[in-house]
Design a protein around this ligand. Sequence first.
Ligand SMILES: C[C@@H](O)[C@H](N)C(=O)O
Ligand SMILES: C[C@@H](O)[C@H](N)C(=O)O
Lengths: 165, 165
Amino acid sequence: IYKPVAGVASDSSQVRILLSNLPDIPGTAAKLFGALAQNNISVDMIIQSLARNGENSIAFTVAEEDLNATLETIKNQKDIILTGEILTDNDIAKVSIVGAGMVDRPGIAASMFRALSEKNINIKMISTSEIKISCLVEKNNAKDAIKALCKEFGLESSEEAVVKG
Amino acid sequence: IYKPVAGVASDSSQVRILLSNLPDIPGTAAKLFGALAQNNISVDMIIQSLARNGENSIAFTVAEEDLNATLETIKNQKDIILTGEILTDNDIAKVSIVGAGMVDRPGIAASMFRALSEKNINIKMISTSEIKISCLVEKNNAKDAIKALCKEFGLESSEEAVVKG
Ligand SMILES: C[C@@H](O)[C@H](N)C(=O)O
Ligand SMILES: C[C@@H](O)[C@H](N)C(=O)O
């Protein structure tokens, strides 16, 4: 059978940091991630939604063991004037579905979200690309989420792919 | 030469819709995208950042020609009580860099953001996966953005990949 979703993956090794009230002007994101790169901190997800009143917030995830170095880097950088909050959340797990066949099928994302909502799992953040949809959920929901997604998309739980997508 | 970034792509055919003040409870995203899928509307990017005070906003992009059908679907659905705003932005272009080699290199995202900021291009939204980083910029910045990114990552402008990532 042809399956549009080839694999399901989860990663509970990350923490999420959000910087609020950043100036929504060219260069802000470059300075923030430039400072992290200079300190050799690998960033996984980056999510920036709509600016409101000339300010924006940027959320990103790093490995748990890099949290302190990340917060140090943010505090020590002098390029961005930080007037907002620095919010950390270490109760996150990234659950993803991956598949090249998802691209032209409306409804794959809806099916993923429905499968999670039927287990009463709240979606904390969402980020997508053409072949991958990732949701942040609470860590203790990760196992149930993976089981629900494998069932929804007809995958054996062993097909939990370590797919980069 | 090994290039971590294999291609650069742009897409100016989309519009962005944002629904604000959505209840941050399981099922909200499932209902929204379920309604769109029932009306056969293909969604490209979905971006949801952090909830504040029990409410969240969800931004997503659809093809320009689906905008009216999308707004009709949102207005006609009865599953979600909409108390916030429905904000549309048709001045967007998605510019992306794609490459399997990006995964373990801190600094690729920073380089992308820096290349855009040097051309004074403001980043409206950001969404990433392991092998693809996408930014929404204003439509009239798309060409300059692609040129700057090709230069930054050592790609011929013809390597503007139509890569799904
Ligand atoms: C908020 C931040 O992304 C800003 N708009 C920038 O371009 O860097
Ligand atoms: C806001 C929305 O994503 C909600 N948290 C849900 O799980 O559906």
